[in-house]
Design a protein around this ligand. Structure first.
Ligand code: SF4
Length: 245
């Protein structure tokens, strides 16, 4: 029997054929759910790169409810990059009260100064240029490129990683396979710049925050369940069948 005709090879071929279909169903279901269930958060009402950047720095390791309480106050005090760059560092630090991790405030101010000096005051749209800025890692660069400029950039935070792992790589242990998850995010996300690219990244983060949470996967109420490997497996087990995803 040739290697191509073994049952394992056949299963692998079928799974490769199904993967794009599952990705497109996942995307379609996710976007539809987000239109009716996405929260109306202040940073979702803007495409201003500075405002988006401030929100992304604040959201690193801080709960949404806390950021909501501080976001407008911070922007009223520092309405532009220029004001932030020129303010006394101690004052910026004090304005970060309630958010913790004060290193982010120092990095944000350093970033403002760098953008003024090296980019003519315009926050870059390009992921690599963003990553070169102080305090900006792979996730934040993708998030700013997407949420400010609607670029189809992958942005994998802990919520997104959990959803991708459960939906597409259920055998990857938590905390491993980061590169694989980034690749999957790049494949399943819309490939063209625009509002759909923006909505997709917001939606998958929202799903991880509200439905597919670290504490519990609410598969029974999940909009992407038919396109999710874990959700399908849970349903099969509940139905008393042994068919896997
Ligand atoms: S079906 Fe379950 S595991 Fe899959 S994304 Fe939804 S909540 Fe998460």
């Amino acid at each position: 029997m040739s290697p191509k005709s073994t049952p394992r090879a056949a299963r692998s071929r079928v799974s490769r054929l199904r993967a794009p279909l599952r990705a497109s169903e996942f995307r379609r279901r996710l976007l539809r759910w987000f239109r009716s269930h996405g929260r109306d958060l202040p940073w979702r009402r803007t495409r201003d790169p500075y405002h988006v950047l401030v929100s992304e720095f604040m959201l690193q390791q801080t709960q949404v409810s806390r950021v909501e309480a501080c976001y407008h106050r911070f922007l009223e005090r520092y309405p532009t990059l220029d004001v932030l760059a020129a303010s006394p560092p101690a004052m910026v630090r004090e304005s970060w009260a309630g958010l913790g991790y004060y290193r982010r405030a120092a990095n944000l101010q350093l970033l403002a100064q760098t953008v003024l000096r090296d980019h003519g005051g315009v926050i870059p749209a390009d992921v690599e240029a963003l990553r070169a800025l102080p305090g900006v890692g792979r996730y934040t660069a993708g998030a700013v490129a997407c949420f400010a400029y609607e670029r189809p950039a992958a942005a994998v935070d802990t919520n997104v990683a959990r959803v991708l792992r459960r939906a597409f790589h259920p055998k990857l242990p938590p905390g491993s396979g980061d590169q694989r998850l980034w690749e999957t995010a790049g494949v399943i996300a819309p490939q063209r710049r625009g509002a759909t690219a923006w909505a997709f990244n917001q939606a998958i983060m929202e799903l991880g925050a509200l439905v597919c949470t670290a504490r519990v996967a609410r598969c029974g109420a999940c909009p992407v369940r038919p396109a999710c490997a874990t959700g399908r497996r849970v349903r099969s087990l509940a139905a008393g069948t042994s068919s896997g995803p």
